[in-house]
Design a protein around this ligand. Structure first.
Ligand SMILES: Nc1nc2c(c(=O)[nH]1)N[C@@H](CN(C=O)c1ccc(C(=O)N[C@@H](CCC(=O)O)C(=O)O)cc1)CN2
Ligand SMILES: NCC(=O)N[C@@H]1O[C@H](COP(=O)([O-])[O-])[C@@H](O)[C@H]1O
Length: 223
């Protein structure tokens, strides 16, 4: 399908301020993300400012509440690393996402480790899940990556950090990278200043990385 003919639908998962969601909102319909539309924003936190951003952009949004599941499934039945509450929560999340039939799911500051009960239905439906992570492949997986990079630089263990957009698999931040960008580090730079530089780069990387994932999706469809 030619790029001009197609329309691509994104579902974006958030947990916080939503500055990366905003970058996607601003890019949709421009040459950076042509014929691309965000069809739903989902947050796991009720007070996420990203939900305000979605409302201002007239985008459908959903707050998917984990606490309800913790009450409904109080006795954690361990299922590998996910108890029953998390498994059920993620199963329902997959239903919410798939009912819209998105082409790609983008984790943009989604601070929740996704269980197989989410990933497996998405994979079965052929819907790739991608994630923006403020570190390079294999460097600082998980939460608080920028802070950990800053500490490692200050102790002389690394000389740069970076950002990546990667496919999401069960192992956190270990999925195939789609796009990476190195971020130089400066001796004595405050954590807050490094964070700001990383964020400013993230807003470009998430758009470019999402475009690359979309293009890869259509390339794969041609085969
Ligand atoms: N199965 C996967 N889930 C997610 C991935 C992934 O690659 N595989 N990427 C993450 C995003 N992420 C880092 O990029 C990340 C987010 C959150 C956590 C984490 O420890 N979450 C805790 C809760 C933390 C909190 O609420 O502050 C948790 O889920 O228990 C690690 C990595 C998206 N998910
Ligand atoms: N492990 C995932 C992770 O750390 N994601 C990070 O959360 C922030 C979300 O900001 P935002 O809500 O303003 O887009 C971003 O810095 C993003 O890299």
């Amino acid at each position: 399908m030619s790029p001009s003919a197609r329309s691509t639908h994104l579902t974006v998962l958030i947990s916080g301020s939503g500055t990366n969601l905003q970058a996607l909102i601003d890019a949709c319909g421009t040459p950076a993300l042509p014929s691309t539309h965000i069809i739903r924003v989902i947050s796991n936190r009720k007070n996420a400012y990203g939900l305000e951003r979605a409302a201002k952009a007239n985008l459908p949004s959903t707050y998917h509440n984990l606490l309800k599941y913790k009450k409904d499934f109080p006795d954690p039945v361990e299922n590998g690393t996910f108890n029953e509450a998390r498994s059920e929560y993620d199963k329902e999340l997959a239903k919410i996402v798939l009912q819209d039939r998105p082409d790609v799911v983008v984790c943009a500051g989604w601070m929740h480790i996704l269980a197989p009960t989410f990933l497996e239905p998405l994979a079965k439906a052929g819907v790739p899940v991608i994630n923006l992570h403020p570190a390079l492949p294999g460097q600082f997986n998980g939460a608080h990556a920028i802070e950990r990079a800053h500490e490692a630089f200050e102790s002389g263990k690394i000389d740069h950090t970076g950002i990546m957009v990667h496919y999401v698999i069960s192992e956190v931040d270990m999925g195939q990278p789609i796009l990476t960008r190195k971020i130089y580090m400066v001796k004595g730079e405050a954590l807050e200043d490094l964070e700001q530089r990383v964020h400013e780069n993230e807003w470009e990387v998430i758009v470019q990385g999402t475009k690359m994932a979309i293009d890869a999706l259509y390339e794969g469809a041609k085969r």
